[in-house]
Design a protein around this ligand. Structure first.
Ligand SMILES: C[S@@+](CC[C@H](N)C(=O)[O-])C[C@H]1O[C@@H](n2cnc3c(N)ncnc32)[C@H](O)[C@@H]1O
Length: 278
């Protein structure tokens, strides 16, 4: 299914932005991740966006990438999960760069155009995924589950679901509908990881310049959840929300003290992980 609307095309640019961030990080001697394909995937468009951002402004993307690398490679995979679903995968190359058992089934969902770009670049580079990987071009605000099942997803087997750098681009209705669907269809033992902002982030003077930049770049942040842990708990999931800057997600790179938990009116970006039924 094609979703090449102008809004879709603009959001596809965001995948190149994050690839450029991963490329830049991969060059550091103290890098938190190494993505050898990111520079080629980002292309001139990705680097043009990155050039206008300070290293500090994009550090949250580096931290979240590493946090969710660990969620999969240090958590779900060693715990025996053998299905991974990366929603809005963009130019994510985790299936190629993380240590994943060959028996894992790995599904990447995003707009067809961005996945086609990824296939071209990775194909030309001779990159090989570590496991059976399926890239599915879908609109995640429409029906997508049939495409996932058709590609061999086993609905009765636990999976790790990742929704990274995505939910704030959706309306509250679209993001809760999508989360609801994932949380409902996942059997006990499944995992989920996503990053999410609270609604104060959309209005606070502290985050104004970033929110304005996103809007001016054609990729406005519009979606937020004020209590992601409660949202998951109501649906039978145990979850934790780690705020940006917390020690377990700062890897000694975040330059500010952590923001204390849940202050009213304070903007939060959380890295959320959860497990169904525990
Ligand atoms: C900021 S990128 C994040 C990509 C990747 N998860 C990462 O962290 O690098 C957002 C992604 O959401 C995808 N996206 C946005 N709206 C979508 C939709 N309705 N259906 C499918 N993908 C969508 C874009 O194509 C883009 O790849």
């Amino acid at each position: 299914m094609s979703v090449a609307t102008s809004a879709g095309e603009l959001l596809a640019s965001t995948a190149r932005w994050t690839a450029a961030v991963r490329a830049q990080e991969s060059e550091r001697p103290d890098r938190l991740l190494d993505d050898p394909w990111a520079a080629e995937l980002a292309g001139t468009e990705g680097f043009a966006w990155l050039e206008k951002r300070t290293p500090e402004a994009v550090l949250p993307m580096v931290l979240r990438t590493r946090y969710f690398d660990d969620f999969l490679a240090q958590g779900a995979i060693p715990d025996g999960i053998r299905q991974v679903v990366v929603m809005a995968a963009g130019l994510d190359t985790r299936a190629f760069r993380l240590e994943v058992p060959a028996a894992t089934r790995w599904f990447e969902l995003d707009q067809p155009e961005i996945l086609a770009h990824k296939e071209r670049v990775l194909g030309a580079a001779g990159a090989r995924p570590k496991c059976a990987r399926h890239a599915l071009g879908v609109d995640l605000t429409g029906p997508w589950a049939d495409a996932l099942m058709g590609a061999g997803f086993a609905p009765l087997e636990p999976a790790a679901w990742l929704l990274e750098g995505f939910l704030f681009y959706l309306s509250f209705q679209d993001l809760t509908t999508l989360l609801d669907q994932v949380l409902r269809m996942a059997p006990t033992g499944s995992r989920i990881g996503f990053d999410i902002i609270n609604s104060a982030t959309l209005t606070s003077p502290f985050t104004r310049s970033w929110v304005d930049m996103q809007a001016a770049s054609g990729a406005p942040w519009i979606g937020a959840l004020d209590d992601p842990v409660g949202f998951l708990a109501e649906r039978g999931w145990t979850a934790a929300a780690v705020p940006l800057g917390a020690e377990e997600a700062s890897y000694s790179r975040w330059p500010y003290p952590p923001v204390p938990a849940a202050l009213p009116g304070v903007p939060y970006l959380w890295f959320v992980t959860g497990q169904k039924g525990k």
